[in-house]
Design a protein around this ligand. Structure first.
Ligand SMILES: Nc1ncnc2c1ncn2[C@@H]1O[C@H](COP(=O)(O)OP(=O)(O)OP(=O)(O)O)[C@@H](O)[C@H]1O
Length: 227
């Protein structure tokens, strides 16, 4: 994390709107979504298919621009800024684990982690890459490229990369979807440890295990936060 200011939320989104137009059809994917994730807090985001969860995550990560509303990460505004600025804020402050994966295919796992770690701005010493590999149970697979990993290994490598910059906030889409029960528990412990150090976690999930460890559950329905 960049600053240990626990009073500043890890993530604050206000009144997010996002429309998609396909031909004559218009989809209102987000209709005024507001949410806050405190430092140290784990928020599970649930909701039916097509309700707007992935769109929300992309807007929070600065990968997509909301038509209206604003997003702040660690007190810094990421929405409505030039793409290069959004990318820089993302590299320093956000861990992103989306379904589209966050690994560069031509680099091995170790090199992917090293690249993400470059944006580390925390005062403390960066833990060795080996430590991250071990935490996600990939100590023997550091030299493998993404194409050489199984689905579950890919998910764990993606998580190591998402945590490698010690982010203010981790935004994850189904991080444990391809893991067996005991690996899922292990990964959830790792995530909770990051929350314990002050990161905010926002996890889109269908897993009852993830919902069980969350401090709060937010349901998205038709592009809105359900009451
Ligand atoms: N690029 C796009 N162009 C047009 N419509 C889109 C686009 N992306 C998403 N949508 C539409 O916006 C709505 C919300 O989609 P989104 O992917 O955010 O839902 P979701 O809750 O993540 O669904 P799932 O759980 O199935 O992944 C859906 O109706 C979807 O069809």
């Amino acid at each position: 994390m960049t600053t240990p200011e626990w009073s500043t939320p890890a993530l604050h989104a206000r009144e997010l709107y996002r429309f998609f137009r396909t031909g004559d059809d218009e989809t209102l994917a987000l209709r005024g979504v507001s949410l806050t994730v405190a430092r140290g807090e784990t928020v599970a985001v649930v909701g039916p298919s097509g309700s707007g969860k992935s769109t929300l995550l992309a807007c929070l990560a600065g990968l997509d621009e909301p038509a209206g509303g604003s997003v702040e990460v660690g007190g810094e505004q990421i929405s409505h800024r030039p793409e290069a600025v959004r990318a820089k804020i993302r590299a320093h402050r956000i861990g992103v684990l989306l379904q589209s994966r966050n690994l560069l295919p031509h680099l091995d796992v170790r090199a992917n982690i090293r690249l993400a770690r470059k944006a580390w701005r925390h005062n403390g010493t960066r833990p060795p890459v080996d430590e991250l590999l071990e935490q996600v149970g990939l100590d023997r697979r550091g030299r493998a490229t993404p194409a050489q990993l199984s689905g579950g290994e890919l998910a764990r490598a993606g998580l190591a990369v998402a945590l490698a910059n010690n982010p203010d906030v981790l935004l994850a889409d189904e991080p444990t979807g391809e893991l067996d029960g005991s690996t899922e528990q292990h990964i959830l412990e790792l995530l909770r440890a990051h929350a314990g150090q002050g990161a905010g976690l926002l996890i889109v999930t269908h897993s009852s295990e993830v919902v069980a460890i969350a401090d709060r559950v937010v349901t998205i329905q038709d592009g809105e936060v359900a009451a």
